[in-house]
Write a protein that binds this ligand. Structure first.
Ligand code: PLP
Length: 375
């Protein structure tokens, strides 16, 4: 029986077109992009083409895109890079309580190194408290980092408002847009974004490739030392195949954005509609329905246990997760669900379904049938 994959926020399947595009760079076109002969120049050209494709998707200049080893590395590079480059100016960074561990753990490391971090609360919908953000700003604040969309509950933050606040105080603004890119319109200049993290495997490219957008004129310190690749911002021989794949995935995402978003919304809304029909009164939706990624649903099933549900669904070949893949196996309640003030009875029974292009309405029918049986 086929796998029913409802966990596209954890990772996605590589698209065939993406795989086909990267394949030559895993086989015949193996040149080092820094080599001067034509085999090397072929790799270099492919990288620069991918840089354009990524830049097109978020509407920046190609020379503002820096390839990294994934979303986590992009987050580390943004935060540490700004922190180390601005030590004379200040040591204070503002972020939110519902960030991905790639941000929160980086902040903890920076705290140990003498930086001061403010973690801003969110409301019951998962939206950052802008008044609190304003109040935390001080002369030593060098950076505000708030995610565009949350990986557990899909909440979309008021990025434009946050960047306006940041810039009115001459503070840089970074956003972790790993979940947002490819699932909503991103225009870095319209949204006032100075730095943006994205990741390949969340948008149908392979794992281990990502990018950081750094607006021209912003100086950051590199965190991986070595050769002069990526204009001295990220050392290491380029992952040409991964970069080519990321570029192709961004091109596809840009060409199909409206259709993709509409389809995901229809799948998600159908799921919630069927839940209401088949399991009325037995579930609670977590996070804002208004400001939310199209493919995300996060639902608590009172009285159930999330990990038990996941294992029982796995027996039916259905993949879902409890909040975030990163904390599975971890029994502590989700920091995101805790931050939105969810009552205890809803904390350990939350199931995140994140839909993707290849999902169907029939799969949702089957999923609901299984859930009904299990519950
Ligand atoms: C997946 C994810 C990351 C980490 O990206 P990797 O490429 O897996 O390192 C960071 N932030 C968010 C919001 C994510 O969903």
């Amino acid at each position: 029986m086929n796998i029913i994959y409802f966990d596209n926020s954890a990772t996605t399947k590589i698209k065939t077109e993406v795989l086909n595009e990267m394949m030559p760079f895993l086989t015949i076109n193996y040149g080092n992009a820094s080599s001067l002969y034509s085999l090397g120049r072929k790799s270099k050209r492919a990288i620069e083409n991918a840089r354009k494709q990524v830049a097109n998707l978020i509407k920046c200049n190609p020379n503002e895109i820096f390839f990294t080893g994934g979303g986590s590395e992009s987050d580390n590079l943004a935060l540490k890079g700004v922190a180390y480059a601005n030590m004379e100016k200040g040591n204070h960074i503002i972020t939110s309580k519902i960030e991905h561990p790639a941000i929160l753990e980086t902040c903890k490391t920076l705290e140990r190194q003498g930086f001061e971090i403010s973690y801003i609360n969110v409301d019951e919908n998962g939206i950052i408290r802008l008044d609190e953000l304003q109040d935390e700003i001080k002369p030593s604040t060098i950076l505000i980092s708030v995610m565009t969309a949350n990986n557990e509950i899909g909440t979309i933050q008021p990025v434009e408002q946050i960047s306006k606040i940041a810039h009115s105080h001459n503070i840089l603004f970074h956003t972790d847009a790993v979940q947002a890119v490819g699932n909503m319109e991103i225009d870095v200049s319209k949204m006032g974004i100075d730095m943006l993290s994205l990741s390949g495997h969340k948008i149908n490219a392979p794992k281990g490739i990502g990018a950081l957008y750094i607006k021209n004129g912003i100086n950051i310190e590199r965190i991986i030392d070595g050769g002069h690749q990526e204009k001295n911002k990220r050392a290491g021989t380029e992952n040409v195949a991964g970069i080519v794949a990321l570029g192709k995935a961004c091109e596809i995402a840009g060409n199909n954005l409206d259709i993709h978003v509409n389809r995901l919304k229809r799948l998600r809304d159908y799921y919630l509609f069927k839940l209401q029909k088949e399991l009325p009164g037995k579930f609670h939706i977590n996070g804002s329905m208004e400001h939310r990624l199209p493919g995300n649903a996060n639902v608590s099933f009172e009285g159930a246990n999330a990990s038990e549900l996941i294992f029982k669904l796995d027996e039916k070949n259905i993949c879902v997760s409890s909040g975030s893949a990163c904390s599975s196996g971890n029994t502590a309640p989700s920091h995101v669900l805790t931050a939105i003030g969810l009552p205890d009875k809803y904390l350990n029974c939350a199931i995140r379904t994140s839909f993707g292009d290849s999902n169907t309405f029939e799969e949702i029918d089957y999923f609901i049938k299984c859930m009904k049986m299990i519950i």
